[in-house]
Design a protein around this ligand. Structure first.
Ligand code: C5P
Length: 237
């Protein structure tokens, strides 16, 4: 496969066209941003960790029947993925209250909610990714009713699979963000990434944060935390 022109540069990744119209190459950067780009920095080694972790978890999900954009890992930082049009939603699944939900509802981070919560944001940097509900999504045609039902079911299934998988590595999956894409034939697949940038991972015993919150909140030990979850999820297998 040949890498062609750059199609897009995001905060953490670049996307390139290839000689195959149905495939793209994603290249992961070490750049880190938070608060919609207001905070900027670098997390050394993050690109390779996120690329390899995301690929590993997507392969695992594929084996359990979840369609994803993953095709082939080319190198530490580069991966071939299916070309999709991204559904303009950030889909957030939450098991334990943390982050913006804990703030919004006035509970302590770590509050054990009775069931999983799904939230949606409209993916739009200029607007700061505003939260939307089913009515907005259908009224604004961000997705069709059928696509939305597929996305909800996939998000809950992914949550159940990841939660069980990570529990075996001593990691509690607190919450995470997913993005979905539509392939040329119109089917919905999991896209973007699954990594410490997009998930809250807490050590099951100590509740230590092993994710991007260490960067967002200037807690230190950012690189070590990324390496620790990488080791637990990929290397101890
Ligand atoms: O900040 P908040 O509590 O809403 O984040 C919920 C989850 O979604 C966290 O795991 C966070 O890492 C992820 N997220 C993300 N990208 C965003 C917003 C949230 O990956 N733009």
């Amino acid at each position: 496969i040949e890498k062609k022109e750059q199609l897009y540069e995001g905060k953490a990744k670049k996307v390139f066209a290839t000689n195959d119209e149905n495939l793209c190459i994603v290249s992961y950067k070490d750049d880190a941003t938070a608060f919609n780009g207001l905070k900027k920095g670098t997390i050394t080694g993050k690109g390779a960790i996120n690329n390899r972790m995301s690929n590993f978890l997507m392969k695992m999900l594929e084996e359990k029947g979840i369609p994803t954009h993953f095709v082939e890992e080319l190198s530490d930082r580069e991966t071939v993925v299916k070309k999709v049009s991204i559904v303009p939603l950030e889909v957030i699944a939450r098991n334990i209250a943390a982050g913006s939900l804990a703030k919004r509802l006035g509970v302590e981070e770590g509050y054990p909610m009775k069931r999983t919560v799904l939230e949606f944001s409209y993916k739009n940097d200029d607007l700061g990714d505003p939260m939307v509900n089913d009515y907005h999504i259908l009224a604004m045609e961000f997705a069709t009713e059928e696509e939305l039902e597929t996305i909800k079911k996939m998000a809950l299934d992914i949550n159940a699979i990841l939660r069980e998988y990570l529990a075996a590595d001593g990691i509690d999956l607190i919450d995470f963000k997913l993005e979905f894409g539509k392939t040329a034939d119109g089917s919905i697949v999991l896209a973007d990434e699954i990594s410490p940038d997009t998930c809250r991972f807490w050590d099951s015993k100590t509740h230590e944060k092993l994710d991007k919150d260490r960067f967002r909140r200037d807690m230190g030990g950012v690189e070590d935390a990324y390496q620790e979850v990488f080791k637990r999820i990929l290397e101890e297998k």
